[in-house]
Design a protein around this ligand. Structure first.
Ligand SMILES: *[C@@H]1O[C@H](CO)[C@@H](O)[C@H](O)[C@H]1NC(C)=O
Ligand SMILES: *[C@@H]1O[C@H](CO)[C@@H](O)[C@H](O)[C@H]1NC(C)=O
Ligand SMILES: *[C@@H]1O[C@H](CO)[C@@H](O)[C@H](O)[C@H]1NC(C)=O
Ligand SMILES: *[C@@H]1O[C@H](CO)[C@@H](O)[C@H](O)[C@H]1NC(C)=O
Ligand SMILES: *[C@@H]1O[C@H](CO)[C@@H](O)[C@H](O)[C@H]1NC(C)=O
Ligand SMILES: *[C@@H]1O[C@H](CO)[C@@H](O)[C@H](O)[C@H]1NC(C)=O
Ligand SMILES: *[C@@H]1O[C@H](CO)[C@@H](O)[C@H](O)[C@H]1NC(C)=O
Length: 461
């Protein structure tokens, strides 16, 4: 057979290039533990290249301009350990989770506390609660993980505000933080709900149930959660008595609430809490895991126009973590959750083909790297890959988050954090603390939103 020499050489070169490209792709085979562990390890290693808290001169857990993101990174390390069994980063993780706890043991460290929102503090509380439920040993000195979660709960409970909309937490804590002080938002309230729900399941203390139920019912009484259509709005304006929601959709707002419902159902077996879990999950699927995207999760509010900020890139990873916990807590939801996590994990793996070193992108729906790299991309991918180990940990002693009756031994302190300033009376910015404006979550989006709205109104006029 005659073949054209030049063409065959080209074909060979193309074939070799194609092999080369394949080698760069991050392989994720749902049925192979080795492939999952390798993908999780690779994404987590990439994530830790952004972390300097363990280096000489570094401050453990500190990301001064984006303080809450430290808790997201530590949550990814907790998931990495729990799901894959690799404890390589545990000491580093444990040191950092303790370091940022602040002198009162409630995640209001003075370097950042003057500029935080309730959501920023809450995310650290949820990471401490995850440490409790995954049995990360308490440190020999300092605060126990459980007392830190309790400290966050007690501080936030004291900030419950009945002057606007009959209850709920404000987004920002202090008057001087500006318009966010007059907003009530889903992630602050849903996060507090989930923290209370998890504390209730773990300790059995009724006070946590009372607060979880009260926060849920209040959230349904304002436009944040619609308990008939199961949509969740991002925020609502307290100065207008929460008359309108903003109809902005983010995966993590659904996530904080379905996670809380799932923990409450696991704790009570009350069908009411199963109904809100399934209601919110079905809404999550139809809103963010669409057929058009091959059922891969997408925070399309920012992804379609490629305008996601650091906070927004983290949402999908947080949701993967809460989905996996829900699958472990409620066996009847396991199959449907696993299939969604597998499709999204595959999407994430396809995005981790950047820079010839498995750098991950923001969008998981495009089948390839989108050219964007950062710590947040690595954190979300790390979560997405770790949870692929669900089939191997379900039904084992490393499966569902533990409680104080099923092996958890972190020390309790029901009064933790009660010395903390509740915030509402404080109107002036303290001058003694370093100015860490920007430490808080979503401030920029919010301001951007207002400017956008003002521009829109101006153009419309
Ligand atoms: C991958 O390569 C990029 C570009 O050179 C670099 O910024 C990044 O740190 C590398 N990541 C890892 C995990 O080596
Ligand atoms: C740094 O991280 C390694 C690996 O996680 C850990 O073994 C070590 O104790 C850490 N060192 C410090 C000083 O935190
Ligand atoms: C607060 O800042 C000081 C000075 O940079 C640093 O030594 C300390 O570790 C920081 N604390 C936290 C919790 O980040
Ligand atoms: C609590 O459990 C952890 C993990 O199983 C273990 O390492 C630790 O020693 C236990 N602590 C106490 C006080 O029993
Ligand atoms: C839905 O929320 C409304 C407003 O809080 C409440 O009156 C109603 O009982 C709730 N329905 C369910 C099923 O929870
Ligand atoms: C849960 O939903 C089912 C189906 O819609 C309904 O029949 C049942 O009454 C609900 N249970 C509770 C406790 O609300
Ligand atoms: C997951 O584990 C639970 C027990 O914790 C079991 O009831 C359930 O059948 C398991 N699911 C699968 C798909 O193996």
């Amino acid at each position: 057979m005659q073949i054209n020499g030049t063409r065959s050489i080209c074909a060979v070169i193309l074939y070799v290039l194609a092999l080369g490209r394949q080698a760069l792709a991050l392989e994720l085979v749902a049925t192979s533990q080795d492939s999952i562990k390798n993908a999780a390890s690779t994404a987590t290693y990439g994530m830790m290249t952004y972390y300097t808290g363990n280096e000489t001169g570094g401050i453990p857990g500190a990301f001064p301009s984006k303080w809450w993101e430290g808790s997201a990174l530590l949550l990814a390390l907790l998931n990495y350990w729990h799901f894959t069994g690799d404890d390589y980063y545990n000491e580093e993780l444990s040191i950092a989770l303790q370091w940022q706890s602040g002198t009162n043991g409630d995640y209001m460290p003075s370097n950042y506390s003057s500029f935080l929102g309730n959501d920023d503090q809450m995310f650290w509380g949820l990471s401490a609660m995850t440490a409790v439920e995954y049995k990360l040993p308490d440190r020999p000195t300092g605060f126990s993980w459980l007392s830190l979660a309790q400290g966050v709960f007690n501080t936030q409970k004291a900030r419950w505000d009945t002057t606007m909309c009959g209850g709920g937490l404000r987004w920002q804590i202090y008057v001087y933080e500006g318009s966010g002080y007059y907003m009530k938002n889903a992630v602050s309230n849903g996060g507090f709900f989930q923290l209370a729900a998890r504390l209730y399941r773990y300790t059995g203390n009724e006070e946590y149930y009372t607060w979880a139920k009260k926060t849920w019912e209040w959230s349904c009484s304002v436009p944040l959660v619609d308990n008939s259509t199961w949509t969740v709005d991002d925020s609502t304006n307290g100065e207008q008595q929460c008359a309108n929601g903003d109809q902005v959709r983010w995966t993590y707002n659904y996530g904080v609430y379905f996670g809380g419902c799932a923990y409450l159902y696991a704790a009570t077996n009350d069908e009411y809490w199963l109904n809100c879990t399934t209601g919110l999950l079905n809404s999550l699927w139809s809103t963010f895991f669409t057929e058009k995207n091959n059922y891969i999760i997408s925070d399309w509010e920012c992804e379609t126009r490629e305008i996601c900020n650091n906070n927004e890139v983290l949402f999908k990873g947080l949701v993967a973590s809460w989905l996996a916990q829900t699958a472990l807590l409620i066996p009847s939801l396991y199959d449907e959750i696993l299939s969604k996590l597998q499709a999204s994990g595959q999407g994430a793996a396809n995005s981790c083909t950047g820079n010839s070193n498995s750098t991950c992108g923001v969008r998981w729906t495009t089948g390839t790297w989108d050219g964007l790299q950062g710590m947040e991309q690595q954190i979300s991918a790390s979560n997405a890959f770790s949870v692929q180990m669900l089939p191997w940990i379900n039904g084992t002693e490393y499966g569902p988050p533990v409680t104080s009756k099923t092996g958890g031994n972190s020390s309790s302190n029901v009064n933790a954090g009660e010395n903390e300033d509740a915030g509402s009376g404080q109107t002036t910015k303290p001058v003694t603390t370093g100015d860490k404006a920007g430490a808080g979550i979503l401030t920029i989006i919010f301001v951007g939103g207002l400017v956008g709205m003002a521009t829109f109104m101006f153009l419309g006029a």
